[in-house]
Design a protein around this ligand. Structure first.
Ligand SMILES: Nc1ncnc2c1ncn2[C@@H]1O[C@H](COP(=O)(O)OP(=O)(O)OP(=O)(O)O)[C@@H](O)[C@H]1O
Length: 959
């Protein structure tokens, strides 16, 4: 090995060892607490500063100072974070997204606090703890990883850790003190952070921003290890560290030169991009909730006060006015977060990158240095820069289509760091790039007026976006993504739109900021700012138009009035504590709700229903299992289905019963009989079982091409929707006549396997129009799986789903809604922040027929929601009302096929009877209705045919 190669190997080992240590700490904290501690690097930075303070400023011996720093201060910080922030957050029921915001809060708090205490400048005199012996550093990292591995594998604490990680609630029930395990995790995680900080500080810039950001890049190591495998974390860290060092020996000529140089300095950023964008996401279940959003109207008085605040600087002069010039520009940048995060519910930690690109492109265009474009006057350069940056919003919008929660946070952070390192911080951008203000606006006062005009325009545009059809769809997406898709909202393109609009706004603000400062400053748009801005807007109320204005004033004002870092410290405290508060308690949210006279604070559901961001499930909406065991005589258990069917359908005549009144249990009804299964298509049956293709004959074979799925079939007539509550139910088992053949939804030999387990086994199934078809069966029979395959939320491993013969197997859920297949959810999926009317309007605007002005009203009337309740937010309604809202949304899109997943869950007898009436009337009107239901009385009342499922097959069909 040449000496250069060896030297570079040693250098790479040193960096890789520090990264490995970071990875080990991140993984341990995540495993013990479920929190990806974005503040890990900030803790490292604080510990490095503490060691320096003890040794350099106070003259302590290095050994003693290191012991105090690593054995007291570092674990102490971890324990403090656990006790003050994360444990109360866990007790307050904070979801992972709020915990993520809290960790961002801790990050900016520590960064701001360090800047306040030690100043923002870099220190070059950090004490050297281990010398520059990379082998010693490697030994430290490997010993730490081995120690953690040994503890996890062989000690009682390790067993408890694994139990807590598997299921915290279950572990607690089993007598494990989950809090103690989490505290140990935090203490150890902080210890590794401290060790990383003191090891790295002598070799990198010790300043409040640089070290934390460096460690953020190293998150790649933990993500590559899927937040689980310590050996993978260590190996990745060493490989990237060594690779990065070796790259520095290459100096190719021409354009690859700067690229290789940039890679040699930023290979961890590349690793972060790969880990966050290419590998499957971690923490996918975490979603951003309404905890920090509010869409309520802002009181006029508050608007007036903020308007006056923004006009105030017009009376300033000198430095004060020059500082104020930053405020409107920053407000426009922060407004982009209202669109992406507040309204669209998408975590975006990369907005600073778009703002930086806006500033950079504006400067390059105005200087005539943009390749392929002429020099532009400043006033033209800004909008052109916005147009150029907007499409780049897909950089974060594209990952958002597949990723959510933590995975999306990491992806957007990775893009932000990547753009910052590979574009904004490159020499062509940083070497004295200046930009003039537009002609006529050179002085601070006129420029401030120009900024106010742009800000007012941006506010008006965002307000219009929030009010309209797109705004409602975005709010639906934020409140419940699956529900939005079920309503017909084209989720992927809407996410792209949100990110593109957000990128455009951020670029506009960034360009204004750059022109305000008369220069492009890459540091003004580094990823740490992105985290600070995100936290600031979320704390103040991400879906409030006022939040960006107040956040901008706060951030600029605090830093100008106090020492640099004050704003970060204040925002950090607020963000860190946000997770402790009950949902819906963002500061502006409280003000706005008070102004509206609605209850503030924690209660998000009323009556028997509670609304959660990721679904709605009130105490009344019990799980299938709970209802099974809790309501004798109405549920089924295991093989009880056959007995039930034989006892009930076999002897009772549904047609003889009054349609709106549930008969006493056991009343005789002989009409619905098990009928011999019909021959299934070849390959669809197996010896010893009833044929899987036991579907009723198709009463009206559709003429080929007569009803193409795309908007093809005639919708159910308005008369049906109008009259349902008043008309008697259709006669019992007689399939109603339907004037024209309607589209048929069909499953052909559909098979679904989960890791070798067959949940659906070559199932054939037809949903005929004008009939209510029920799916019943014991727990785990595969009913939901089949339902999801029909609804488009699950793609079968084999087999097809067709609508009128057209293969729709690959069509996503929203596209199927637009084809006329509407659905409801077992766990309600309404949009809690929208009113009842808005909920239903989303369905009317996004469903199969999107231009019917009366659809919303009709659905409101049909479901008995046309009274004052129409204006109430869904968040406060009972389960019964919410079920009606969800059904109304499904019907407002005028579907021809309706899939109902446990529609009676949580309903009382009267509500169930009303539901039965509506379902029967819809079928009488020609609609194809599928009901997956455990309430067999209801099934007996409404179903024209019943399919019994067992072990992934349809074993019996009764008509
Ligand atoms: N994501 C998954 N991963 C692994 N197995 C799954 C998954 N989803 C469902 N299953 C399994 O597939 C089988 C069918 O589940 P499914 O939810 O369709 O049953 P079901 O009839 O709807 O039952 P229930 O009435 O309890 O909801 C069950 O054994 C279930 O455990």
């Amino acid at each position: 090995m040449t000496s250069l190669t060896y030297e570079l190997l040693l250098a790479g080992l040193a960096v890789g060892s520090a990264a490995a240590l970071t990875g080990v700490g991140l993984v341990v904290t995540y495993r013990a607490t479920g929190v990806l501690n974005l503040a890990h690097g900030a803790v490292a930075m604080v510990c490095a500063y503490v060691l320096r303070q003890l040794v350099v400023e106070w003259g302590w011996p290095l050994g003693a100072a290191a012991c105090v720093t690593l054995l007291l201060v570092a674990p102490g910080i971890g324990l403090l974070l656990d006790r003050v922030v994360f444990r109360p957050a866990a007790r307050a029921g904070a979801d992972p997204a709020r915990t993520l915001v809290a960790s961002i809060g801790v990050f900016v708090l520590l960064v701001g606090g360090a800047a306040l205490l030690w100043g923002g400048g870099a220190r070059a005199d950090a004490p050297v703890l281990l010398g520059d012996d990379p082998w010693a550093q490697l030994a430290v990292a490997v010993v730490a990883a081995c120690a953690v591995g040994a503890v996890t594998r062989w000690t009682r604490l390790g067993k408890e850790l694994r139990a807590v990680v598997d299921n915290r609630a279950l572990a607690a029930l089993g007598g494990i003190d989950a809090d103690r395990v989490a505290a140990v995790g935090w203490a150890f995680g902080s210890f590794t952070a401290g060790l990383t900080g003191v090891l790295l500080a002598p070799y990198v810039r010790l300043d409040p921003y640089g070290l934390p950001l460096l460690v953020v890049e190293v998150i790649a190591v933990a993500v590559a290890a899927r937040m689980r495998s310590l050996p993978v974390a260590v190996a990745t860290a060493l490989a990237v560290g060594i690779g990065q060092a070796q790259l520095t020996r290459f100096h190719p000529e021409g354009w690859p030169g700067p690229l290789v140089q940039a890679l040699g300095a930023n290979l961890f950023v590349v690793a972060l991009l790969v880990a966050a964008l290419v590998l499957p996401g971690v923490g996918e279940r975490d979603v951003l909730t309404r905890a920090t959003t509010t869409g309520a109207p802002v009181p006029a008085g508050l608007w007036l006060s903020v308007a006056l605040l923004f006009l105030l600087p017009l009376g300033f002069a000198g430095t004060d006015l020059r500082t104020s010039v930053q405020v409107p520009a920053l407000a426009v940048i922060l407004l982009s977060l209202v669109v992406v995060t507040g309204r669209g519910g998408q975590i975006s930690l990369g907005q600073a990158a778009y703002a930086g690109l806006g500033a950079l492109f504006t400067a390059l265009l105005a200087a005539g240095r943009m390749p392929g474009l002429p020099r532009l006057p400043e006033l033209a350069a800004l909008p052109v820069a916005v147009v150029l940056v907007a499409p780049l919003g897909v950089l974060t919008g594209w990952p958002a289509i597949r990723r959510r929660g933590l995975a999306l946070a990491l992806a957007t952070l990775a893009v932000g760091v990547g753009v910052s390192r590979f574009v904004l911080a490159q020499p062509y951008a940083t070497a004295g790039l200046t930009v003039d203000r537009p002609a006529g606006f050179a002085q601070d006062r006129p420029y401030y007026v120009l900024e106010l005009v742009v800000l007012a325009g941006a506010l008006a545009a965002v307000a219009a976006l929030r009010r309209g059809r797109t705004g409602r769809a975005l709010a639906a997406l934020r409140d419940h993504e699956s529900g939005a898709a079920a309503a017909g909202v084209p989720v992927p393109s809407l996410k792209l739109l949100a990110f593109v609009a957000g990128a455009a706004l951020a670029a506009l603000g960034g360009g204004l900021l750059g022109m305000g400062q008369r220069a492009f400053d890459a540091a003004a748009f580094d990823p740490v700012r992105g985290l600070l801005w995100f936290a600031a807007v979320l704390v103040l109320g991400a879906d409030s138009l006022l939040a960006p204005l107040m956040a901008a004033a706060l951030l600029v004002g605090l830093d100008a009035g106090a020492r640099g870092g004050a704003a970060a410290a204040v925002i950090g405290v607020l963000a860190a504590l946000t997770a402790r508060l009950p949902p819906l308690t963002s500061l502006l949210g409280r003000l706005e709700r008070r102004a509206r006279g609605t209850a503030g604070g924690g209660r998000t559901g009323g009556g028997r229903g509670g609304v959660r961001s990721s679904g709605v499930r009130g105490p009344g909406a019990r799980s299938r299992g709970a209802r099974r065991s809790g309501v004798p005589g109405r549920g089924l258990r295991g093989g009880g289905v056959r007995r039930f069917v034989a006892a009930r359908f076999g002897v009772r005549r549904l047609a003889e019963r009054p349609a709106t009144k549930r008969p006493p249990h056991g009343a005789p009804t002989p009409a619905l009989r098990p009928r011999p299964a019909e021959p299934a298509p070849s390959g669809a049956t197996r010896p010893g079982t009833a044929p899987a293709g036991a579907t009723p004959p198709e009463p009206h074979p559709p003429a080929p091409g007569a009803h193409p799925p795309e908007g093809g079939a005639p919708p159910p007539g308005p008369s049906a929707l109008d009259d349902v509550p008043r008309t008697p139910a259709p006669p019992g088992r007689t399939a109603p006549p339907h004037p024209a053949p309607l589209p048929r939804l069909r499953a052909h030999a559909v098979t679904v396997r989960y890791a070798g387990f067959t949940a659906l086994d070559r199932v054939d199934f037809l949903l005929p129009p004008g009939r209510v078809t029920a799916l019943v069966g014991p727990n785990g029979a595969g009913k939901s799986t089949l339902f999801h395959c029909l609804a488009g939320t699950l793609r079968p491993g084999a087999g097809r789903v067709t609508l009128d013969g057209v293969d729709i197997t690959r069509r996503p859920a929203y596209a199927r809604t637009r084809l006329g297949i509407a659905r409801t959810f077992q766990e309600l999926a309404v949009f809690p922040s929208l009113t009842v009317e808005e909920n239903i309007r989303v369905g009317a605007e996004q469903g199969r027929v999107r231009d019917d002005p009366d659809a919303t009203e009709r659905a409101l009337r049909l479901l008995g929601l046309a009274g004052p309740v129409r204006d109430r937010p869904a968040a406060g309604l009972s389960t019964g009302a919410l079920r009606r809202v969800e059904l109304g949304r499904a019907l407002a899109g005028r579907p021809h096929t309706l899939l109902l997943d446990e529609p009676a869950a949580g309903l009382d007898a009267a509500e169930t009877a009303a539901l039965a009436r509506i379902v029967k009337a819809l079928a009488a009107d020609g609609m194809a209705v599928l009901v997956v239901e455990h309430d067999l009385d209801l099934v007996a009342d409404i179903a024209h045919s019943v399919h019994v499922m067992e072990a992934g097959r349809i074993v019996r069909t009764m008509a």
